[in-house]
Design a protein around this ligand. Structure first.
Ligand code: AQP
Length: 329
């Protein structure tokens, strides 16, 4: 059975961008692949944070993932810092990663330009990500579009390491991305990618009222000033994209016709979206509420996951060290 690996940062609440771009895919793929899903808290500490918040968010992220449908008896769900081999392999891979490859990563350039002082962790983030994936020798990585460039780097790193230390039989597979139809969900600002750190999200566990408070003022086709103006759904960055992800095909066609024909106003369209969004998210929110009242179940699932992950991680690192002439502990 081929392996998949994917990670998510506990840097805020799970949002519909994470869900549509990655997590919904994880839930489906866990039955087809040997699956490792990691709450990547070492990645999250690159930005300033409060330790108590990080602890709570890590737990809440696990709750969200389990509620969304990750089955810990099928997939391995765990927290990155509980498997020390991630950082050990990251150091090793740093030694064969050209600096120039890291400096040209779009996410690095973008985030570094917004910070007064840039920490080395921000630059080296994709190397840790490569280590996360290669540690499990994963073939496939289900992610959103924003991670595709980082994955290219993971392939470069795998190739460099194989060429240097395992030239006859490549040890690391070159991991391939697996995207969903919603590869990049725009945030509520209608500009940037929906992202925990930008506060432009619809949380996966938010109540219908809270979701409606966000949807109602959300930008639509800017050329449409009045209900009587015909709209263009393709220029409606948030609502139409969400309809396509959450509404049945018939509704998506209805939205398209009624928008172009100026039969529905944007509020009618948003109300229809809310109904479909809430229908999919309500069972997830209810499962999350149940799990929140049993924190011990969540901790137990993560501990079992970390123990399973450590077995594979240890095997990989043992072989890596052997091939590199590094004595084992
Ligand atoms: N808007 C999105 N559309 C599609 N996929 C997305 N992903 C994230 N945002 C979108 C995918 O979700 C997985 C987890 O990514 P993450 O933890 O980096 O999520 P984030 O919300 O992007 O988190 P942050 O903390 O706000 O980080 P930055 O600001 O660095 O993006 C990934 O597979 C990602 O592709």
């Amino acid at each position: 059975m081929s392996r998949i690996f994917s990670g998510i940062q506990p840097s805020g609440d799970l949002h519909v961008g994470n869900y549509l771009g990655a997590v919904k895919n994880w839930v489906a793929l866990q039955h087809q692949f040997e699956s490792f899903f990691c709450i990547v808290n070492y990645h999250a500490i690159i930005a300033p944070y409060e330790p108590a918040d990080l602890r709570r968010r890590t737990h809440d992220m696990a709750v969200g993932l389990l509620a969304a449908g990750i089955d810990p008896t099928v997939a391995t769900l765990y927290v990155q810092s509980q498997v020390p081999e991630h950082t050990e392999l990251a150091w090793i891979l740093n030694t064969i990663t050209p600096l120039g490859e890291l400096e040209r990563q779009t996410q690095f350039k973008d985030k570094a330009s917004r910070q007064e002082q840039v920490m080395a962790g921000l630059l080296n983030y994709p190397v840790l990500q490569a280590a996360d994936i290669l540690l499990y020798r994963a073939d496939v990585v289900p992610v959103g579009e924003d991670q595709v460039q980082h994955l290219e780097l993971s392939r470069v790193v795998a190739r460099n390491w194989n060429a240097r230390f395992s030239p006859d039989t490549p040890f690391f597979p070159e991991p391939q991305p697996k995207l969903t139809p919603t590869r990049r969900l725009v945030g509520l600002d209608g500009q940037a990618k929906m992202s925990k750190s930008l506060g432009n999200t619809i949380g996966l566990l938010e109540t219908p009222d809270a979701i409606w408070d966000k949807l109602r003022p959300a930008v639509t086709d800017p050329a449409r000033q009045r209900k009587t103006d015909p709209g263009n759904p393709d220029l409606c960055p948030i609502i139409y994209q969400l309809h396509r992800a959450f509404s049945p095909e018939g509704t998506v066609r209805e939205v398209e016709e009624n928008c172009r024909g100026a039969k529905w106003g944007c509020i009618d369209c948003k109300k229809s979206l809310l109904t479909n969004l809430v229908a999919e998210l309500t069972p997830i929110r209810e499962r999350a509420t149940e799990l929140q009242s049993h924190p011990e179940r969540v901790t137990e699932a993560l501990d079992i996951g970390a123990a399973k992950a450590r077995v594979i991680a240890h095997q990989t690192l043992t072989e890596v060290k052997n091939k590199m002439g590094l004595p084992l502990a």
